[in-house]
Design a protein around this ligand. Structure first.
Ligand code: AMP
Ligand code: ZN
Length: 465
């Protein structure tokens, strides 16, 4: 069976077929770096990651671009409060984002363009839209003429009457809702409140609107046509609707084939958001003792088109699930049967097929995970009848699945006995404050390719990567 995904554009499940055979061009809307991303944002980023990992597992070659929005209304407003330059302010939050991304096990995109590095592309795209009559200059900036683009509304389902009603007004703010469809800002002329954030353009000094940023970066790095574009449902309108409008009149081609949107993470039934103040950052959850793998498991294990409430109970269940994988992999080492188990190859093949079938169905993750958990309990029952070769096959299978899920510890830090002995000797020397000896043992370990992580629960040997 082929992979099928829910396309927001058609509101239907569609077979997934990239324009160029097995090569996938993927653009995902990245963070606006004006504060630390909350875990609602991480739900979106983890959804991108899961889909991308699954595409790779299914043999597609993915080129992934995710932007970093480092200039917009909110950034200008907040960086001035801190007295920092825009550069210093956004660098601080970009660095924190990249750290968190690693912590939660997200595979880095192939390109992470910063919007400010592509202002030249934004200016030429705006100029092309003006030349073709889709954009015009007004007092406060350059605006997109919504009524000129007949397909406006095709993604979000805005009706044409609403368009005509709103057709004469103009909006300068980047964020607005469906009740105020009007011409939107592509370029905002410089005002004193912008401080020194401005670029020269043929139509006047100023800065880009948020929507044109993604269009220009996507076009520069992936071309006129993308296979997949992703984001949270709040981006369908106006952001993604506007992205289409900014490209298609110029390229005369369909901008994106598949639009995939994740539902929101809620807190007490309301969308988690900065503005409502009902948010946790990843760091907040880690400080409460939750593990990155469990947080990751929680967010990917609910179907992406379902809303769900963040709760401590849900986090706890995710912790139990992750521990099940962990214990399962550790106990595989105990296998000692002489003969290979004849049932195993079929069981692995059947589980992998079922996992794939579920994921092919618009990423039906709960069904896919149920097959895995079922597999683990069957293997646990067979444990006394597994050979070393069997356990290697099981482990290889689990790690193959883990290239998609990223929720299992790989236990590659299990140290052999000589290393454990050295670590114990070093610990004794440290406790006795014989630093010369403990340093010497550290050097010995290093030569053997190991170092020691001193954790509150004791020293842990780690491989030098
Ligand atoms: P932003 O940095 O606000 O542009 O958001 C980055 C991504 O997070 C976008 O794809 C948003 O749609 C998504 N997002 C924001 N809030 C939530 C939430 N509560 N649940 C899921 N996704 C969210
Ligand atoms: Zn975007």
């Amino acid at each position: 069976m082929a992979l099928r995904v829910h396309n927001t554009l058609s509101r239907k499940l569609e077979s997934f077929k990239p324009l160029d055979d097995k090569n996938v061009k993927l653009y995902t809307c990245g963070p606006t770096v004006y504060n630390v991303a909350h875990v609602g944002n991480w739900r979106a980023f983890l959804f991108y990651d899961l889909f991308k990992r699954y595409l790779s597992y299914r043999g597609f070659k993915v080129t992934h671009v995710m932007n970093i929005t480092d200039v917009d209304d909110k950034i200008i407003r907040d960086c001035q409060k801190t007295g920092l330059s825009r550069e210093a302010f956004t660098k601080k939050y970009t660095d924190l984002f990249l750290e968190d991304e690693k912590t939660i096990g997200i595979l880095s995109p192939d390109h992470m363009p910063r919007a400010t590095e592509y202002v030249g592309d934004m200016i030429s795209l705006i100029q092309s839209l003006m030349d073709k009559g889709f954009a015009y200059r007004a007092d406060e900036g350059v605006y997109f003429r919504v009524s000129a683009f007949k397909s406006y509304g095709k993604l979000s389902g805005i009706d044409q009457e609403q368009l005509l009603a709103g057709g004469s007004g103009r909006l300068t703010a980047d964020e607005y809702d469906k009740s105020s469809v009007q011409d939107f800002a592509l370029w905002k002329f410089h005002v004193p409140a912008d401080g020194d954030v401005m670029w020269d353009a043929p139509f006047g000094k100023g800065r880009p609107g948020w929507h044109i940023e993604c269009s220009a970066m996507a076009r520069r790095l992936l071309g006129d046509q993308l296979d997949v574009h992703m984001g949270g449902v709040d981006l369908i309108f106006p952001h993604h609707e506007n992205e289409i409008a900014q490209i298609e009149p110029v390229s005369k081609k369909r901008f994106t084939t598949y639009w995939l949107h994740n539902e929101h993470l809620l807190v007490d039934g309301k969308k988690m958001s900065k503005s409502l103040g009902n948010f946790y950052t990843l760091r907040d959850l880690l400080a409460k003792g939750h593990k990155p793998l469990a947080i990751r498991y929680l967010f990917i294990s609910t179907h992406y088109r379902q809303k769900f409430n963040l709760s401590m109970e849900a986090l706890h269940s995710a912790e139990v699930a992750v521990k099940t994988f962990d214990e399962f992999l550790i106990h595989l080492q105990d296998a000692a049967a002489e003969n290979d188990n004849p049932k195993l190859p079929r069981l692995i093949a059947k589980t992998e097929k079922s996992f794939q079938k579920a994921m092919d169905n618009d990423l039906n993750i709960s069904e896919a995970l149920a097959h895995l958990h079922n597999f683990m309990s069957q293997i646990n029952k067979l444990r006394a009848k597994l050979s070393k070769k069997d356990t290697k096959e099981i482990k290889d299978f689990m790690l193959r699945i883990n290239t998609v899920l990223g929720v299992m510890s790989e236990h590659k830090d299990e140290a052999p006995k000589d290393i454990l002995d050295l670590v114990a000797k070093r610990e004794m020397a440290r406790k006795a404050k014989v630093w010369k000896e403990s340093d010497a043992i550290r050097d010995q370990l290093k030569v053997k390719g190991w170092y020691v992580e001193d954790l509150p629960q004791g020293p842990r040997p780690r491989r030098i990567e």
